[in-house]
Design a protein around this ligand. Structure first.
Ligand SMILES: [Zn+2]
Ligand SMILES: [Zn+2]
Length: 326
């Protein structure tokens, strides 16, 4: 098998050839057809978050079951599956027991604590894989698996907000904006200063307004979701939400949040963070994605060009999502 491996933070990924891995009990081996490139991959490569090394990043994997280990009845060889960030949980801790497996005390994560999908093949625990809606081809299904899915967890935390602000209009926001609009909400998109291409993209997808992240939207927001890894956006977004409004931080890593006046938080505004996903989130979101007119916009790179793909993501110039193809 071929993989793009991270040996140390800050280094480019290196193409390696490895013996084909064999699935153990409860596991499947998947021949990767497409794997999305997520901001979390960038945080891992840059060393903002640190885990097991060397590692093969990639946790938005679409592929076909290539071999099954003992005790796998859920999937058959040839079946298409999706593999997301949550690769395993202990099943025993208080979080697992009360339905919050996203907060498990001993979790495994795809492309972080175990090898992911920047590869021709990967191994996954069959219980953590998802069947995918047939309405999406391999390339366009890949971004659903993190941008869509963890984005959806953040979206649900926004409650029944009628006016929703999205800070950072990348892979996650472009999917959630379409879902929110289909569900009758009004969406306001905030981008980096001067990112007119990004603002135009947001308006083309149906956002009511798009502008700089330091600008005031035409009306106060019921909730705002911050997808950009920029702590300064937290006080910025707080100023834009009405009384009782929520600001949800959707990323795994963010630069420090600057101090701000208590008055901006007062009147029952709240700041929340989202961590990981549960399998129930995945099932719920993928069902919604098949029922609503959601289209993912994708820039594809060959697997060998994973470093170029990461550079494009870092530049902020990609429209929608970036996906690797082995
Ligand atoms: Zn647990
Ligand atoms: Zn991700």
């Amino acid at each position: 098998m071929i993989a793009m491996q991270l040996d140390a933070p800050g280094r480019p990924l290196r193409r390696v050839e490895r013996p084909m891995p064999e699935p153990g009990p409860g596991e499947i081996r998947v021949a990767v057809a497409a794997c999305g490139v997520c901001r979390t991959d960038l945080h891992i490569v840059d060393g903002d978050i640190r885990g097991h090394l060397p590692v093969v990043p990639g946790h938005e994997i679409v592929g076909r079951v290539d071999a099954t280990g003992p005790d796998v009845s859920r999937f058959c060889p040839g079946e298409r599956v999706g593999i997301a960030w949550l690769a395993g949980t202990c099943g025993l801790c208080s979080y697992c027991k009360d339905g919050r497996e996203n907060l498990c005390d001993s979790p495994a994560f795809t492309g972080f604590t175990r090898d992911g999908g920047f590869a021709s093949h990967c191994i996954a625990d069959a219980r953590f894989c998802f069947p995918l809606p047939a309405t999406f081809d391999d390339l366009h299904a890949a971004p659903l698996l993190c941008a869509g899915l963890i984005g959806y967890r953040a979206y649900r935390m926004a409650g029944d907000a009628k006016s929703l602000g999205l800070y950072g209009f990348g892979a996650a926001a472009h999917i959630l904006a379409q879902l929110a609009i289909a569900q009758g909400r009004t969406v306001f998109a905030f981008t980096r200063d001067g990112d007119f291409a990004g603002q135009d993209f947001a308006r083309r997808l149906g956002c009511q307004w798009a502008g700089s992240s330091t600008a005031a939207p035409p009306e106060p927001l019921d909730a705002a979701i911050i997808f950009a890894p920029v702590g300064a956006l937290v006080p910025e977004a707080l100023k834009r939400v009405r009384k009782g409004g929520r600001v949800i931080c959707a990323g795994i890593h963010m630069s420090d949040i600057p101090a701000f006046p208590y008055a901006d938080l007062w009147e029952e505004r709240s700041i929340l963070s989202v961590a990981n996903l549960t399998r129930a989130d995945g099932t719920e979101f993928l069902a919604l994605a098949s029922r609503h007119p959601i289209e993912t916009h994708v820039t594809a790179f060959p697997l060998d060009q994973a470093n170029e793909a990461l550079a494009l993501l870092r530049s902020g110039k990609a429209e929608g999502a970036i996906v690797l193809r082995p």
